[in-house]
Design a protein around this ligand. Sequence first.
Ligand code: NAP
Length: 271
Amino acid sequence: MTGLPYAEVIGDPIAHSKSPLIHKFWLDKLGIEADYRLFHVKPDELADYISARRDDPDWQGCNVTIPHKLAVMDHVSDPGGVRDTIGAMNTIARDESGELFGTNTDAGGFFAPIADVPLKGQDVIVIGAGGAAQAVLFALSRIDVASVTMVNRNALKASALLARFGLKGQALEHGAALPPARLLVNASALGMKGQDELVIDLGTLPDDAIVYDLVYAPIKTELLKAAKARGLETIDGLSMLIGQAAVAFEIFFGQSPPVEHDEELRKLLLK
Ligand code: NAP
C-alpha cells in the first residue's frame, strides 16, 4: 500500500508500455495526487495479483496488456458484455459497490478521433482481424456503417468477425482490388517496426476518404505517407493510444484528461 491512490498497467513484458507516461502527464496537468506505474505480472501470477489488489484500497484499477487480455475475464465481472463482443478486456476497475469489473477502452479510443465524421451509411475498409480489429468492428457496428470490407491473410477469420458483429460486407485476401470507401483502417500488425510493410493500392479511395493507421511505432507509417501523398486525410495510431488511455483515466481517477495539452503529450510520446 502506498497511502496514495494509484493505478497501473500489467503485462509480460511491460517495460515498453507508454501508459505511465500518458497517465502521469494527465495527473500532473490536473494536479491530482495519485500515481500510475508499471507492474510486471507473468501469466501464472495473474490470479494472485488480482486477489492482492482487490483488498488494496489505494488501488484504483489497472490497464491490462499482452498476455492477460483474455485470462483476466475469468477474474472480474463483465457488466458491459465485453466477453461476447470485443472478446478481450484492457481495463479493470472497481464499481460503486467495490466489486472489480472489466471493460475494453480500445473501441472508444478508436472512435474518439472520428467522432465528428458522419460515417452512418458509409462504406469502410478494415485491414486485419486480430484484437484491435475487433474493437474497431465493435465501434463500427454501433454507428450503422453501410458495409465493411475486411482484408486479412485469413479471410475466413475476417468473415466470421463480420457475422459476429452483425456487419454487412465482404472479406478479402491481401492483394484483392479494394472498393471505394470513406474510411480505411489498418488494424493489422503490418507496417509496425519489425513487421512487413502493408502493400495496398489507395487508388480506389475517393478524395474525401480518411486513412487511419492504428500502428504507432513508427508513427509515420508508409500507409500514412502514401495517403498524404494522395492528399487524403490521415489519423495516426497515437490518436487511438491517447483516446483509449483517456477512457481508462476517467474510470480510474474520475476526471476527463485535459485535451488542450494533447500536442504536448504527443511530442512527449514521440521522444
Ligand atoms: P493481433 O491480435 O496479433 O492481430 C494482428 C493482425 O495482423 C491479425 O489480423 C494478423 O492476421 C495480421 N498480421 C500479422 N502479421 C501479418 C503478416 N505478416 N501478414 C498479414 N497479416 C498479418 O494484434 P492486435 O492487438 O490486433 O494489433 C494490431 C495492430 O494494432 C498492432 O500494430 C498494434 O500495435 C496496433 N494497435 C494499436 C492500438 C492503439 O492504441 N493505437 C491499440 C491496439 C493495437 P491473421 O488474422 O491472419 O493472423
